[in-house]
Structure formats: C-alpha cells, structure tokens
Ligand binder design. Structure first.
Ligand SMILES: [Zn+2]
Length: 255
C-alpha cells in the first residue's frame, strides 16, 4: 500500500539499474508513483517511464532551478505533455531562493511560477510546488491563484503557512527528512495537520530516510516515513500507508 507521490526516476542515479529497479517495485509493495519533470527533457523522460510502467504517472513543468534560456512560449510544450492520459499534475514548479540568487533571476522564476500555476488552473490539474527558502512568496502566489490546487512537496514551512495552505484546500507532502533526528519543524506541522492533507514521497534519488540517510532512495522506503507519521498521529504504519494512498489517488485523480 505505497503511493510515492514524488520520485525522479529519470535521474542519472538510476542509469545503471533503472529498469530492474522499476520492474521490482510492485513486488516491494509499491502501488503508485508520480514522477515529476523539472524541464522539457525530464518531463518527456517521465512520460516515457509512465508509458512503460502501469503504476507510474508523471507531471510536466519547469523547476525554478531549470529556467536558464527558457522562454514563455516553451510552456506550450508543457501544455502538450499535460494532455497525455498519464499526466496528473503540472510540476514541479515553484521558487528556490537558495539556488536562485539574483533579483532578476528570482523575478523570472516568479513569472514562470505564476504562468505555470495559471496553466494548472486552466487545465484543471493540481500543481506540485517546490519551495526552498521562499515561503512567503510561494504562499502569496497561492493566494493570487484562488482556483489553483496543489501540493507543497517536501514541506519545510511553518504551521502558520500550513494553516493558510490547508484553508485554501492544498496538500502537504513529506520526504525522508522527517525521520532525521534533528527534524523539528516538519514533525510539529504533521502533528497539527489534518490526516486527509498528508501525502508521502521520497523525492528519490534524494532524501533517503533513516537508517539509509545519504544513500540513494527509492519508493520501497516509504513505510519508514509512514512510521514517523504514525508515531506523531497515534496511528499504525499500515493506517498511514492506506490513508496517504487514498489521499494521493483522490488528489491526482487516479481511479
Ligand atoms: Zn523533486
């Protein structure tokens, strides 16, 4: 009963054994995976994986770190990818002020986030949002798009921001970093967050949970995140896996 709502299986880290790994995941309890793209090439690679594996769906979009040389008319190609029957979201999109430093580049990334949220609204698809060190501007962007819906992936914001997002109908998803000994903010948020707003993800190949921290991650490790959520919520790991699977299916519109 595993739904990994965010895993980058086109990443080079899987080049040596991608097909062997993806063929085995259903035997390890993995029911569903969403693979989000970060630019045109990785969105197309994600689509190709979705065509190959029944349990794998994809999202298409420009990540804020991948905007160099990208023009707004390339969003037409994202729009075309979104018409694919296995495309379940626009993503991953958002803001990253850790890597994107200059005022010009940050303004450009806000323009692309804005345009891609509008695209998600127009296509009636959810958005997968990446927010690193840009909480205020990301939440403001959500406020500016009252008809958009989506998920903040690898959520690292405050409870206050979480309350705004939940109020607007958004979801939050959590990676292996919630299992780290020094995790503080995410456990607080999870303790407060209504169970129907939580999804789980690996962000593979990154963010492997304890005790695999620092190693390559894959979707079979999701039960370790579920265990942490279960402890915070007073539920069993199985209950958390079942609820987050249902949440993900509802959110992405997967029957
Ligand atoms: Zn990601």
């Amino acid at each position: 009963m595993i739904f990994d709502t965010h895993a980058h299986y086109y990443d080079d880290a899987f080049d040596a054994d991608r097909d062997a790994l993806l063929a085995q995941l259903p035997d390890k309890g993995v029911d569903l995976v969403v693979c989000p793209g970060c630019d045109l090439e990785s969105s197309r690679q994600s689509m190709a994986l979705a065509e190959r594996y029944d349990y794998l769906y994809f999202a298409a979009g420009f990540h804020p770190e991948n905007l160099e040389g990208v023009t707004m008319n390339q969003l037409d190609e994202i729009r075309a990818l979104c018409a694919h029957k296995k495309c379940v979201a626009v993503g991953e999109i958002g803001l990253d002020y850790y890597w994107v430093k200059t005022p010009e580049d940050r303004a450009n990334s806000r323009d692309f986030f804005d345009a891609q949220l509008s695209l998600a609204e127009e296509l009636n698809l959810p958005a997968i949002v990446h927010d690193r060190d840009a909480h205020k501007d990301c939440v403001d962007m959500v406020r500016a798009h009252p008809n958009a819906r989506g998920v903040f992936h690898c959520y690292a914001g405050s409870i206050e921001d979480a309350k705004v997002l939940v109020d607007k109908g958004w979801m939050l998803s959590f990676t292996g970093n919630i299992t780290f000994k020094n995790a503080r903010r995410a456990p607080e948020v999870i303790s407060w967050l209504p169970m129907d707003r939580i999804m789980l993800e690996t962000d593979a190949p990154y963010m492997a949970p304890e005790p695999y921290r620092g190693r390559r991650c894959d979707s079979s490790l999701i039960p370790l995140m579920a265990q942490t959520v279960a402890q915070l919520k007073g539920l069993t790991t199985e209950e958390v896996l079942r609820i987050t699977l249902e949440n993900g299916k509802r959110f992405f519109g997967i029957a």
